[in-house]
Design a protein around this ligand. Structure first.
Ligand SMILES: [Zn+2]
Length: 561
């Protein structure tokens, strides 16, 4: 691989998914991994297998389904201990190209207050665990966590040991987003100058956005000699997030003459990746977000419009098409046939199985009856709504509501339950949505807290399609019915803290609100079922006290039967 190639290491499914409220089901993680592969990222960090049986299963599935010989390298994260490394290695087994990513802090703050280890003990552990990981895998990445707040000389020592023990990538985390572009660029250059063997390995950036400079720091890092950037779609991640993949990629792409560096990313897939992640985690992309925001290529002021109409280059440094945002809105209407519609869906880059396609086509037709002009954004919203993969444990069969001035809002809903029986209930509320949610809750009877409700119009105009996103938090988990609320899986998520999002689109905003709520509830029930299944396996195997101690080969729920 040439020296001017910058590897894109996507950690949306690990660091990204660790962000509060960004929980994804296994199916959704797989869909994101497939999209990342379509976009030609170099490495997918699929997760942190030691965190929970569910995390192990997700990494293992992605390794099997997306880890093809010509596909991305599949990486798994592990703390610097044997058990974590074993779980990471077993999870990525099915992939053709595999990487173990292990880390240990090197800042005195972390060593003293979190790990209660001396510098000497930390160096010893780094040597031991990098050696162990390299005995299993020929592609090992080492990260000195909190590197930017570490004593540089001690940091160089730790990296020297990692290289001597076989690490092939040195990732330099600005774990708390503390660094400045100048400092970070100089640190990368200093590492190359002071760490023996650094010229024989890849140096990587990993920047957080606490001060809003994660992308700038990452670019300063490659300017300083790094040849891998760790980043996430839409910049999601712990706290204020990670460096955003679409921004670092388009900065290198648009300013290639300046950086003299290239990535292998298929930039036309950027917009789709952003929408896919945004709809799965239920976090809309801000309209002013660089590259993928709704306004990124919109010109409002007269002066700009005048310039763009004369020559786009007057006010655009890249074209919408380059990132997969086709400017032209192709009109499909109620007279469009199934064939034309399927062609168009495929032209948009989607492959739907027959069942999903049938649903989307029917909703499209229904939409054409309600809306004058249906454009690509509407169609993609319908597809996103359909491919939410929220399992249909309960199906919303019917909803009706009435509200208005001088009357009590009320609603009736009919659900089809997991055993196929129809259940109907009615309720009053402060508004139609509240009444509907009350009726649904009475039928499903799983306590939850609505923590976010947002409505967004997909397109302009009175007949615009409404996109509703809701996020709920599970409540009152009983210790025998599911894991004890104090149980923390290793990614720090308390079961009770998990947040589930639901998403739907409809010209009828209230119906979209009902469908989105059902999506979130079904996801909550599905993850709860996954958790209980995993715990039942742990219980059956005598690990009731500490499911995390379950031997790796029993993790694959299937084989444990
Ligand atoms: Zn991070």
């Amino acid at each position: 691989m040439d020296v001017d190639h910058v590897r894109i290491f996507d950690t949306t499914l690990r660091d990204g998914e660790q962000a509060p409220g960004c929980t994804m089901t296994l199916d959704e993680k797989l869909e994101v991994a497939r999209q990342l592969s379509r976009m030609k990222v170099d490495i997918i960090e699929a997760g942190f297998p030691a965190a929970s049986p569910g995390d192990w299963a997700a990494v293992n599935t992605i390794a099997r389904e997306v880890g093809a010989p010509d596909g991305p390298t599949i990486a798994a994260l592990a703390r610097a201990n044997k058990d974590d490394i074993d779980k990471a290695w077993s999870a990525i087994q099915p992939a053709a190209n595999r990487r173990i990513h292990t880390f240990m802090s090197t800042s005195d703050i972390h060593l003293e207050h979190q790990f209660r280890k001396s510098r000497g003990e930390a160096l010893e552990l780094i040597g031991e665990m990098v050696t162990y990981a390299c005995s299993l895998c020929d592609d090992v990445e080492f990260s000195p966590m909190d590197a930017t707040r570490s004593d540089p000389d001690f940091l160089f020592q730790a990296l020297k040991i990692a290289v001597e023990c076989g690490a092939t990538t040195l990732n330099i985390p600005d774990t708390v987003g503390y660094s400045t572009p100048q400092e970070y660029g100089e640190l990368i250059a200093a590492i190359r100058a002071n760490v023996p063997g650094a010229d024989g390995v890849i140096i990587s950036t990993h920047c957080h956005d606490d001060l809003g400079v994660a992308v700038a720091n990452s670019l300063a890092g490659v300017y300083g000699g790094a040849r891998q950037i760790e980043c996430t779609i839409n910049g999601i991640g712990e706290r204020a997030g990670n460096a955003s993949l679409e921004e670092v990629v388009m900065a290198l792409h648009t300013r290639e003459a300046f950086y003299g560096l290239k990535t292998q990313i298929e930039t036309r897939e950027l917009a789709r990746s952003s929408r896919t992640v945004s709809s799965f985690i239920g976090v809309p992309v801000p309209p002013n977000k660089a590259i993928v925001g709704a306004n990124a290529f919109a010109h409002e002021s007269g002066i700009h419009q005048d310039g763009v109409l004369k020559n786009r280059m007057t006010y655009e440094i890249m074209s919408a098409e380059t990132v997969g945002l086709d400017g032209n809105a192709l009109i499909l209407g109620k007279h469009s046939g199934r064939h034309a519609f399927r062609n168009h869906v495929e032209a948009l880059g989607y492959t739907l199985d027959d069942e999903d396609f049938q649903h989307v086509f029917l909703r499209f037709k229904d939409l054409c009856d309600r809306k004058k002009k249906v454009d690509d954004r509407d169609i993609e919203a319908l597809i996103a709504g359909e491919t939410q993969h929220a399992p249909h444990i309960y199906t919303l069969e019917h909803v009706q509501y009435s509200s208005g001035t001088n009357m009590t809002p009320s609603a009736t809903v009919r659900l089809i339950g997991p055993d196929g029986d129809a259940r109907t209930d009615s309720a009053h509320g402060t508004g139609p949505v509240d009444a509907i949610y009350k009726a649904i809750n009475r039928l499903i009877n799983r306590p939850n807290e609505l923590i976010e409700f947002s409505i967004n119009a997909i397109t302009e105009g009175l007949d615009a399609v409404a996109e509703v996103t809701v996020r709920i938090r599970e409540q009152g988990i009983s210790s025998n019915g599911g894991s004890d609320p104090t149980t923390i899986n290793l990614t720090g998520k308390r079961a009770a803290q998990q947040i589930f999002s639901g998403y739907s689109v409809n010209t009828d905003t209230i119906v979209a609100a009902a469908e989105a709520y059902m999506g979130a509830l079904n996801k909550m029930l599905a993850v709860r079922q996954e958790r209980m299944k995993a715990e039942a396996v742990a219980y059956a195997a005598g690990y009731a006290e500490d499911p995390g101690a379950l031997p790796v080969d029993l993790f694959d729920g299937g084989s444990a039967g």
